[in-house]
Design a protein. Structure first.
Length: 189
């Protein structure tokens, strides 16, 4: 797939808490960093999202069930767990969005309350590639919102990891049905 200036790469939540040793580790989550590092060289427009919760966020549970609405405390604003994973290359001139900042509202999508769609349109972006963590939650929501906002949307499968196999398979099916295309990072260039 030939990349030009109307393409953007959205890198979802590659943060310490979603990687090995973090509060809500996605299995092999840290592995996406090197795949994304190679991918990003092709793009003029890079967006990095961060899960960025207040200490009392509504999704936090003392007895987490690792499902929607019941997560361990994770990605608390300005904490080490909320920082980008150290293996990820993070250019300072990229576009950054924080989400999930309202204590009473869950926000999985990088488009939710961030103004991202308007910013991408302002830059003339027509197609977005989505990568990061986790396939079954924030990556899924971000890709669905991208389609709804009118962007041609491509999921880079080997640049994503999911929390659990069943929800990840279901997410890929939902995304397919919504018109999201799938690709491998080796096809992008
Ligand atoms: C995420 C669970 C809770 C994600 C964020 O980034 O996929 N998952 N908060
Ligand atoms: Zn979260």
């Amino acid at each position: 797939m030939k990349i030009d200036e109307s393409d953007a790469l959205i890198i979802v939540d590659v943060q310490n808490d979603f990687c090995q040793g973090g509060a809500l580790p996605v299995p092999r989550g840290e592995q996406v960093a090197r795949v994304i590092n190679r991918l990003m060289i092709h793009f003029d427009h890079l967006v990095f999202s961060r899960d960025w919760h207040p200490q009392d966020h509504c999704s936090f549970s003392d007895a987490p069930e690792y499902r929607d609405g019941s997560w361990p405390v994770h990605c608390v604003e300005d904490s080490p767990g909320a920082e980008f994973h150290g293996d990820l290359r993070v250019p300072l001139d990229a576009c950054f969005v924080n989400k999930g900042t309202d204590p009473d509202v869950e926000a999985y999508s990088a488009f939710d309350g961030t103004g991202l769609a308007a910013e991408l349109r302002r830059r003339g972006v027509q197609r977005v590639f989505v990568a990061g963590l986790a396939t079954d939650y924030c990556v899924k929501s971000t890709a669905l919102d991208a389609v709804r906002a009118g962007f041609e949307t491509v999921l880079v499968e080997d640049a994503c990891r999911g929390v659990a196999p069943e929800t990840t398979a279901a997410a890929l099916e939902t995304l397919n049905e919504a018109g999201v295309r799938m690709c491998r990072s080796s096809e992008v260039g």
